[in-house]
Design a protein around this ligand. Sequence first.
Ligand code: ZN
Length: 408
Amino acid sequence: MAAHGTHHGLLIFRGASFSSPRASVCVHALENTFESRKFDRGVEYEESRSDRQEGGGTLDTKEFLKRMVEATGVSGYEDSVGKIIREVMAAHADEVTVDTLGNVIALKRGEGQSRPKVMLASHMDEIGLMVTKIEEKGFLRFTSIGGVDQRTLVAQEVRVHGQRDLIGIIGMKPPHLLTPEEAVVAIKMQDMVIDLGLTEAEVKAVVAVGDLVTINRNFIPLGGDFAAAKAMDDRAAVAAMHQCLIELKRLRHTADVYAVATVQEEVGARGALVSAYHIKPDIGIAIDVCHGEMPGVPEQDTAPLGKGPNLALGANIHPKVFERLTELAKEHSVPFTLDPVPGPTGTDAWVMQVTRAGIPTALVSLPLRYMHTSVETLSISDVKLAGRLLALFVASVDREFVEGLLCY
Ligand SMILES: [Zn+2]
């Protein structure tokens, strides 16, 4: 989620196990059987126990997430993480392509001749730092790429991506040496330095102005199914798309689904703009993060963790796409919460909506604590539930639904 994004009051809604008027939707992803089922519209789908147990592919969604958040991909420089995503998504897609800006586009085709296009967009770029100056004695000055919270930088271990990666730390004056005025204010980024423990000459042999810096942080498993890491925003959403493609192996769908790991969201949602223009989808769904409940923040401004994905509604969201998502969630007992967003969502959904002549869009969010820090925390079950809901949605889209989006 880009730093300017605003999320407002939230309502909580738990998915209930009952049938809505959409009971004829031909999807069913929750059971472990070898059965082939026929639904009201005569569409069949099969599922197997082996799909469920093996995660339907080579890598479990949580393992995939761990690999992604430990990789590097600052906005505009997403190659490393993009390569991982390309390789892993290929196991679940008919084809994977990369466009000029670096967006990774995994296409899973639907059945039949009349196939609507659904585009999913989760950004793979992360906020980070960039070297601006190499000082005498080898200290590095730096600036930020995207909305880095500078208060969280002091005392961090960092990785400087020079000709080879170097480990450094962000140092600061010790408390003994602070003036009384300095002691009560947060240190500014412009006053911080990166210390590599090397001389100026040694640093200059490896590092140049413009090199990237990321926080050196491994995936941290917490209690229950919670986990913390850098870049959960928004690689957890890429993991949700991965889960969606796995779930779609057990569902019949006529829609072609384009799962796009977008670039440069944190610096202006630029990857989603060009990929939506290229794909020209009938429906676009962005998957991003929203503020999760945490101490010190009013409950109505956050969404609870572990209670399923959060669905936005407001000007950025097509009412019929939103309605279909909530109906499917209720029908298939996927819990969810709601987030009324009156204005810009600060996500890829905002640019997708106004691409070409306009695209009906929706936003599925993952509740996340401590956004834009290196300890972004979320629930893995929310990631998987979001993936399931996206799969149910894709499987429910047909030509009739797409044409119905024009009249509301
Ligand atoms: Zn963000």
